[in-house]
Design a protein around this ligand. Structure first.
Ligand code: ATP
Ligand code: MG
Length: 387
């Protein structure tokens, strides 16, 4: 029997939540990403728990044990139980009654195998009891050991139940698959036949899933595959995956952490309508898209938008042209970010006023940037006086 003994499972809080259910005669297991990642030696962020206890029973047992129970998703059977300041999503075993490719109507179940079959990939249908014994109803362990992302049973059927699984397939491949093996051909064929379903997904789900995919250590092979089978064209019309691999390479070379938005920008000027991002994310993408192809110098970008943005744009430009990053450009971007324009409106009054004053400040600033921030205040005022 495969066993896991990770601290997230053995810690008192997790044991308490599992124990309050099993002590009452119920089944309770850690499930999904936490078990998968423990077996892969990957970090575990949150612990999901599956049980045959109904949500109201989970709430009652938690409260009797002095723990807070928050009904975070009662409609689909989820209660968040808080122990030692950590939230555990406890979800009652479920089976799909009806699916339309976006939402599912579920019924509660007392059967772990049934709960497993409504999940997406075999590696995501692994359970662990409080002692760490791994339960694998759908033969996910061999796939996980081979680092193969495989749909549970029939890929076409799994996809038709929820088209987001197309994007999840590429996300889990990017994060956990062996890149040498390529993608499961049966899954790719089913995906190629299911592209129309992508249009029905909410922009929020597509946006969130896309960013999770792009945050993987190296999402380039997955995004290239998405382009080959036609997924990229549906999700982001006009996007082109070519610059992503060079970008990932440059990130490594320059010790820069993966940034899903920077990576998204490397896909070029695409129609972002099918994917909803936050206002701040949207602004950043638009700025990237406008600066990548613009003539603004590294110094000017640093001055106007800061060192981080300038470095990102230089990286993106280099990735698109498949050239190395120029060390001099990086220095000039930093210089620009640190520089302060030495002339103020006061300096130009009363010779200039109103719109002429604004225009003159803009003109002098452009001259100053073009000089590599070298023109002094006196030199600039001299240029102003001459008009
Ligand atoms: P991560 O570490 O990225 O959170 P995860 O496996 O926990 O990975 P989640 O999206 O949090 O991924 O989902 C938790 C679990 O719920 C999955 O492992 C899977 O079993 C199931 N699941 C989530 N979304 C779906 C879906 N759209 N279709 C089928 N099963 C799903
Ligand atoms: Mg998760």
């Amino acid at each position: 029997m495969t066993r896991i003994t990770d601290p997230w499972l053995m810690q008192p809080a997790t044991q308490a939540v599992l124990g309050l259910l099993t002590d009452a005669g119920h089944q309770a297991y850690a499930v999904g990403g936490c078990v998968r990642n423990a077996l892969l030696g990957a970090p575990v962020q949150d612990v999901d728990i599956a049980t045959d206890a109904l949500p109201e029973t989970v709430t009652e047992l938690a409260e009797n044990a002095g723990l807070k129970a928050v009904p975070t998703g009662i409609a689909h059977g989820t209660v968040t139980v808080v122990a030692d300041g950590m939230g555990f999503e406890v979800t009652t075993f479920r089976a799909d009654v009806e699916t339309d490719g976006r939402h599912a109507v579920v019924r509660f179940s007392d059967d772990l195998a049934e709960d497993a079959r409504r999940r997406d990939f075999t590696m995501n249908a692994l359970y662990a009891d409080a002692q760490g014994n791994v339960i694998d109803p759908l033969k996910g362990l061999p796939d996980l050991r081979a680092r193969k992302v495989r749909f549970i049973e029939d890929p076409a059927q799994r996809i038709a139940e929820d088209y987001l699984r197309i994007l999840r397939f590429f996300r889990f491949n990017a994060w956990y698959a062996d890149p040498e093996q390529g993608f499961d051909p049966e899954a790719l064929a089913a995906i190629a036949d299911s592209l129309d379903g992508l249009a029905g997904l909410s922009k929020e789900r597509v946006g969130a899933e896309t960013l999770k995919l792009l945050a993987a250590p190296d999402p380039a092979p997955a995004v290239a595959a998405m382009q080959r089978v036609g997924v990229l064209g549906r999700c982001l019309p006009g996007a082109e995956s070519r610059a992503l691999a060079p970008l990932v390479h440059l990130e490594h070379q320059h010790g820069m952490a993966p940034d899903p938005l920077r990576r998204l920008a490397s896909l070029g000027v695409f129609d972002g309508a099918p994917l909803r991002l936050s206002k701040a994310q949207q602004r950043r993408i638009e700025l990237y898209q406008s600066l990548i192809g613009a003539a603004d110098s590294p110094g000017a970008i640093g001055f106007r938008h800061g060192a981080e943005m300038a470095k990102d744009v230089l990286l993106l430009r280099a990735a698109m042209l498949e050239t190395p990053l120029d060390a001099g450009d990086l220095l000039r971007a930093d210089e620009g970010a640190k520089a302060g324009f030495p002339v103020s409106a006061q300096d130009l009054m009363p010779a200039f006023k109103g719109p002429a004053l604004g225009a003159e400040l803009v003109r002098l600033e452009a001259l100053w940037i073009a000089s590599g921030f070298r023109l002094s205040r006196d030199q600039l005022l001299d240029l102003a006086a001459k008009g």
